[in-house]
Design a protein around this ligand. Sequence first.
Ligand code: ADP
Ligand code: MG
Length: 359
Amino acid sequence: MAGLSLQKVKKRFGETEVIAGVDLDVADGEFVVFVGPSGCGKSTLLRMIAGLERTSEGRVLIGGRDVTDEDPAKRGIAMVFQTYALYPHMTVATNMGFPLEMAKRPKEEIDRKVAEAARILHLEAYLHRKPRELSGGQRQRVAIGRAIVRQPGVFLFDEPLSNLDAELRVQMRIEIARLHQELGTTMVYVTHDQVEAMTLASRIVVLRAGRIEQVGAPLDLYEDPDNSFVAGFIGSPRMNFVDATVTAVQDGHAVVAAPEAGLVGMAVATRGTPPKSGTPVSLGIRPEHFVPADGAAGTLCGKISLVERLGGVAYAHAVLADGSMITVESRDAHNFEVGNTQLFGLQRAFLFGADGMRL
Ligand SMILES: Nc1ncnc2c1ncn2[C@@H]1O[C@H](COP(=O)(O)OP(=O)(O)O)[C@@H](O)[C@H]1O
Ligand SMILES: [Mg+2]
């Protein structure tokens, strides 16, 4: 097993800089998830760890060893991709044992490691099947098995579940979490799906345009985002943002108002000294932080244009008088009626400056 370290890593393709200087330490045994919108550089960063892509600048260390100029095969890593690329003419067992076969390992060792991987992945009953006789989830498990037999110091996953349907994705997500619990091996996992990131990671790295926006435990990012990008990316449905102005500072809190949106005044805690009266801010409210208007810390007034009733929860999509849309969650679907104009109570809110930084 091994930790890894990225030091001032940059990547340019021609003139275009796609990784703009990344520093990151991953401890031995950690499960770190890179998350961010498509094109932000997640795969490129992972491929530089794997050695499939050269760094333009900076160093990559695995298990304390500088591997920046080393071949992928010598880095002690194994990678699982979105497309499983199994050999169609080989059985599950032969597919899984293939990396060891290539390394000319003794047959006894190959059989033992394949059997162990099959046990971990619940593939024992399928060892003699061909890939075409497997479901998508089983095929992806074979691909993971092929990585396990190599007993790498670090597992690298690049959106391994993106090709699976929604139900299978949830199932495989649990399997991968279990796999990490059982093996305890360092894992770096790339996804654009924030739910996958929240449920799998011990730490999440939020990337945007080749830079790290924030690194932290899932709930720390949810409870205490550094900026509006992270706040909007982590959490589902995403955070609502309403334009507001600071009207006073009271007891160390910023009092904010958004008269156009029906918000008269609400005291909001800030990280540091509250901004001066008159400062334009963005008020961030998570859909799950709305409460009944009576006795709430503040209210927004909106007209419900659409209601999604999911059973356990309902979401109202409402238009505020300033034209912005908000999404409001309620456990009681009867709270919402399309066409109603009503007050939505606010329980908690975050404040962001004009530059998107948390205040
Ligand atoms: N081989 C390449 N040549 C030129 N540009 C590339 C190459 N690979 C990736 N890019 C660009 O680098 C950026 C990051 O890509 P990628 O790491 O694949 O993003 P992600 O995995 O987050 O979707 C994108 O703008 C992409 O177009
Ligand atoms: Mg990618």
